[in-house]
Design a protein around this ligand. Structure first.
Ligand code: NAD
Length: 263
């Protein structure tokens, strides 16, 4: 199948590593012109170089903290200048900190909202005029399967990401007439650096090994293992591509069956 991505202009947020990197790298492999973002300019440049070397293309490097109020508009404007427009947008960032409900202050909640909801809102708002000019505009929000089945000790993520899914679905309804598609992927456990760090912290806290922590977590997963980042990137790139031109408003769990509900 031809995904028809050759020459499409894409901005991927939170892409120096993990899920964002895998998506940016796969878009580049499919012939997209890609701009990537994360906070640390040095790490981001190293990731851009990896993608550029693999696919023999230039990759635009746009460092910024996406939780900052003014960052999204600046990023979109720089991406549009560098790429000559925008067709595809992936909104993503690190997750808010773990913890139980009573451990968080109002300020923690506000920071979580800025990072995990308002960054998506601000990016999409700034991108809309440019997406309206594209003949294949598509937005993918990266959220979590915790929206459907809350994960213990992740109250900020469980609560705030539900709003991001509500936003994604609403925009699919409101802006379908403008030819812009909006979908979200709700990932389950995927082997990224973040998850490796999380499992390391769990092992230290409970005096076990990373292997034991992984195996405990994966007992609940029907496929019995974590996803590789590429197993996230494949459906993500498909949903972004013109090959998925009749798919909008889909909230797709890519979680190895972790979500146990029927709908
Ligand atoms: P990761 O930490 O490996 O990568 C996150 C990327 O975002 C990095 O490039 C990081 O530098 C960047 N980033 C973080 N905060 C940022 C900010 N404020 N501004 C700009 N860039 C920022 O994480 P990941 O595993 O790739 O996860 C991506 C998202 O998906 C996270 O929100 C995570 O909570 C969510 N998620 C991940 C999994 C999983 O198993 N990996 C499961 C469910 C949900």
């Amino acid at each position: 199948m031809d995904l028809q991505l050759k020459g499409k202009r894409a901005l991927v947020i939170g892409a120096s590593r993990g899920l964002g990197y895998a998506v940016a790298n796969t878009l580049a492999a499919e012939g997209c012109r890609v701009a990537i973002n994360s906070r640390n300019a040095e790490k981001l440049s190293a990731s851009a170089k990896k993608i550029a070397d693999l696919h023999d293309i230039p990759v635009v490097v746009l460092p910024a903290d996406i939780g900052d109020v003014d960052a999204p508009a600046g990023l979109i404007s720089k991406a549009v200048d560098a790429l000559g427009g925008l067709d595809l947008l992936v909104t993503n960032a690190g997750g808010p900190p773990p913890g139980a409900f009573e451990s968080f202050s109002d300020e923690d909640w506000a920071k979580g909202v800025d990072l995990s909801l308002m960054s998506h809102v601000r990016l999409i708002k700034a991108a809309l005029p440019h997406l309206r000019e594209s003949d294949s505009a598509s937005v993918l929000t990266i959220t979590s399967y915790s929206v459907k089945q809350p994960i213990p000790n992740l109250v900020l993520s469980n609560s705030i990401r539900a709003a991001t899914v509500g936003l994604t679905k609403t925009l699919a309804l409101e802006l379908g007439g403008d030819g812009i598609r909006f979908n979200s992927i709700l990932p389950g456990w995927t082997k990224t650096e973040r998850v490796a760090e999380l499992m390391g912290a769990r092992a230290q806290a409970s005096d076990t090994s990373v292997a034991e922590e992984l195996s405990k977590q994966m007992k609940e997963c029907p496929l019995g293992r974590m996803a590789e980042p590429q197993e996230f990137a494949n459906p993500a790139v498909f949903l972004l591509s013109p090959a998925a031109s009749y798919i909008t408003g889909v909230m797709l769990t890519v979680d190895g069956g972790m979500y146990k509900g029927t709908l």
